[in-house]
Design a protein around this ligand. Structure first.
Ligand code: PGA
Length: 256
């Protein structure tokens, strides 16, 4: 059976006090080993160490929301994936659409960051997704294929542990998630595209969905056969909501 994933992207929110309260509540409720669900939270960089300490000895992993595409060097303001690893991080979100939108990140940079994360011993959570305009003009598959090929061009699929996140930009932070049918269709498309490179890798690759997942829509999304979990933004900042989403994932049919 495939492991399922629940990853909280805290974005640029939180402070020492609220982070502690949030993670302590989550920690008290999950994850349960028998559910075979991996849970991770991704705070802003300055709080990585705090979260690593607060989750020590628990099953909750910690990740960064971004990393440099270099491991070391004269890159002012950047954070090496090696530093994330040393501070207790195990994951790095790569190519989130907010970085594409506000920081000008492109497909090539996403691929290099994913590779640097892997080289540093992190699991990259590689984000792909189309804008509303791209979807409306019928270019969703063209865009997803381009993003995917750029990222996977850098990766030695057979050996690396990777999580892929389908995050349509129009569903992020809008309160309106993609429908379960759209999500299933795009996850299937992504998996098939990766299968062209490596069929066995594609079959075991976790593909999670992100974009306005909340307790009220989680069950229908997690019921889809190609959905292996969720990348949760705003709802991850509310402990009870995040726990409720976890419970929906635990109650969903395990993936073969
Ligand atoms: P959202 O964000 O759940 O607030 O839509 C998801 C994400 O940006 O990863």
């Amino acid at each position: 059976m495939k492991k399922r994933w629940l990853i909280g992207n805290w974005k640029m929110h939180g402070d020492l006090e609220s982070n502690k309260a949030l993670v302590e509540t989550i920690r008290g409720a999950l994850p349960k080993p028998e559910d075979d669900i991996a849970v991770a939270v991704c705070p802003a960089f300055p709080y990585l160490f705090q979260l690593a300490e607060l989750t020590q000895g628990t099953e909750i992993g910690v990740g960064a929301q971004n990393v440099s595409d270099h491991l070391q060097g004269a890159y002012t303001g950047e954070t090496s994936p090696l530093m994330v690893r040393e501070l207790g991080g195990r994951f790095a979100i790569i190519g989130h659409s907010e970085r594409r939108q506000y920081q000008g990140e492109n497909d090539g940079l996403m691929g290099r960051k994913a590779l640097a994360a892997i080289d540093a011993g992190l699991i990259p959570v590689i984000c792909v997704g189309e804008t509303a305009e791209e979807r409306d003009s019928g270019r969703t598959h063209e865009v997803l294929a381009r993003q995917l090929d750029a990222a996977f061009g850098y990766i030695r699929t057979a050996h690396d542990e990777i999580i892929l996140a389908y995050e349509p930009r129009w569903a992020i932070g809008t309160g309106i998630a993609a429908t379960p049918e759209i999500i299933q269709g795009e996850h299937e498309f992504l998996r098939q595209r990766i299968a062209i490179r490596d069929r066995e890798f594609a079959a075991r690759l976790p593909i999670v969905y992100g974009g306005s997942v909340k307790a009220s829509n989680a069950a229908s999304i997690f019921a889809m056969p190609d959905v292996d979990g969720g990348l949760i933004g705003s709802a991850a900042l509310n402990a009870q909501e995040f726990i409720a989403i976890y419970r929906e994932l635990a109650a969903s049919q395990p993936k073969p």
